[in-house]
Design a protein around this ligand. Structure first.
Ligand code: FDA
Length: 321
């Protein structure tokens, strides 16, 4: 209950335009920004991805920050930034792996515009990747429950058109079991997360033990033999080491080999666990957000873990000096 209230208040703070503009003016140099964000520019983020790969064999998924955008000029900036990532990564040997929130490329303004932009970005990735080996693609992040149908439809349309696509699904939603079954039948790349949003009990699991129990049921599906036979590619995006251990156990039982699935984690959150998994030969990816629009993203990370409240407090005190 307390955790849910904390998470809801952090989501409200993340969406506060006044707080965002004050904090971002104050500086991306705060502890809060530098802990969770890979820099201000695409060059910074690509350099960070290259370093992680060279040092720890950890892959990256680059994310240009900016979400719930309601202005066409900002949408255009976001689309240009995503295409620039494809271009920069295309000049390296790294995966061309880009995360995109539908609302940052125009979905809320006009779903048809969002769809055209998603096509543009996916095509940029496809061309930059060419025949080069690697796990290339556009990973659609999943936002609040009001956009789930549209995000899945967008994924399916682009995937059917031959674009390199991947889709995030959230264990807190009751519908996700059916959504995962449908994506397994399509042989999709599916990233399972617990969910950074809250919703009513009618459509969502609201207590952590329920969300964890549902995560296990969904891992059973994603790492089943049937899923492997269908050509699905499971991605477990969680910092929960018990869930990771459970996925490894299910994967081994169903005959999956390391490299046929992956673990994804966020930059700045339990990086020791990521390095440990990679050191054991597992495929690991870090989500590498970058750009000047860091406040909503960083505050949501705080919302996931009340123990990070001191980071938020230090940032707020620093900005008021
Ligand atoms: P959980 O919250 O149970 O924590 C497990 C352990 O990790 C605990 O010890 C905890 O203290 C620690 N931990 C977790 N978060 C921490 C933090 N921020 N700081 C410090 N320690 C922390 N959500 C969504 O709705 N849509 C999306 O598209 C995505 N995309 C996405 C991509 C990737 C790569 C990841 C890892 C996560 C997402 N999420 C997401 C967020 C996700 O839904 C979820 O809110 C967080 O991952 C937290 O849940 P965990 O399963 O990681 O573990």
């Amino acid at each position: 209950m307390i955790r849910r209230a904390w998470q809801s208040s952090m989501i409200a703070l993340a969406r506060s335009k006044a707080a965002k503009s004050a904090m971002q003016r104050w500086g991306a140099a705060s502890d809060l920004a530098s802990r969770f964000v890979a820099g201000a520019t695409v060059e910074d983020a690509v350099a960070r991805a290259a370093g992680l790969h060279a040092e720890h064999s950890i892959r990256g998924s680059l994310f240009y920050l900016g979400e719930y955008v309601d202005r066409l000029d900002l949408v255009a900036e976001n689309v240009a930034a995503k295409c620039a990532i494809a271009d920069h990564l295309g000049r390296t040997g790294l995966d061309i792996h880009i995360s995109v929130d539908p609302t940052q490329i125009g979905h809320n303004i006009d779903p048809a515009l969002g769809r055209r932009h998603a096509f543009t970005i996916a095509e940029a990735i496809r061309q930059a990747a060419g025949n080069r080996p690697g796990v290339h693609g556009l990973m659609l992040d999943m936002e609040d429950h009001s956009v789930v149908d549209a995000t899945i439809a967008l994924h399916d349309a682009l995937q059917s058109a031959g674009m390199p696509m991947a889709l995030t699904l959230q264990a807190y939603l009751r519908r996700t079991e059916a959504d995962i079954q449908a994506q397994i039948r399509r042989g999709s790349r599916i990233r399972l997360v617990k969910g950074a949003f809250v919703a009513g009990n009618d459509i969502a699991f609201t207590r952590q033990p329920e969300i964890k129990a549902n995560s296990r049921r969904l891992i059973d599906l994603m790492f089943s033999k049937g899923s492997r036979d269908a050509g699905a590619y499971p991605v477990l995006a969680s910092h929960d080491d018990r869930l990771q251990a459970y996925a490894l156990e299910r994967a081994a039982a169903a005959g999956w080999r390391a490299g046929e699935y992956e673990f994804e984690m966020l930059l700045g959150v339990r990086n020791d666990v990521a390095r440990d998994l990679a050191g054991r030969g597992e495929r690991v990816r870090l989500y590498l957000p970058f750009g000047r629009d860091w406040w909503p993203y960083a505050v949501r990370r705080i919302g996931e873990n009340p123990r990070n409240a001191t980071l938020l407090l230090r940032a707020l005190i620093g900005s008021s000096r």
